[in-house]
Design a protein. Structure first.
Length: 151
């Protein structure tokens, strides 16, 4: 039997669309942005944990079903600081999720999965590499004064 997406309800035809049950990508983005703002606010202003000072929520990704949220965080410091921050966030995961549920009107509050975001470290490394290249490029420009071109 072929399903054409039609259903008879009370002698009327209705069209079923399986995509209507899934949130749109625009809704995913809005929920992710709101989660990022709320989690940032909680970490910076309402949690009195010294281990979470200067922690930044960089990105939040939410799956299509809005059941899982991958929260990427970063801060200044070394590997020991990173482990300390991740332990603190994992310990506070239940509190953060409960506060999110209280503040946001979602049918189901997503499970929070915290990840370390290495992008700031990578940006710093690239900046250091560029700084090392600049002194080597400067003498080449000084050999040829502006306006003098060899013909």
């Amino acid at each position: 039997m072929v399903d054409f997406g039609l259903r008879i309800v009370n002698s009327q035809f209705t069209i079923r669309n399986p995509q209507w049950t899934m949130p749109s990508s625009l809704r995913q983005k809005r929920v992710a942005d709101r989660l990022q703002a709320e989690i940032s606010n909680l970490i910076q202003q309402e949690m009195n944990d010294a281990r979470l000072s200067l922690v930044t929520v960089t990105v939040v990704n939410v799956d299509r079903e809005l059941e899982h949220a991958n929260v990427y965080v970063s801060t200044v410091g070394d590997a020991a600081r990173r482990k300390e921050v991740m332990r603190a966030l994992d310990g506070a995961k239940g509190f953060i999720r409960r506060e999110i549920a209280r503040r946001m009107q979602l049918r189901r509050t997503p499970e929070l999965i915290f990840h370390w975001d290495p992008s700031l470290e990578q940006v710093e490394h690239v900046a250091q590499l560029l700084d090392q290249l600049q002194p080597a490029a400067a003498p080449a420009e000084e050999d040829n004064p502006a306006g003098d071109q060899a013909d």
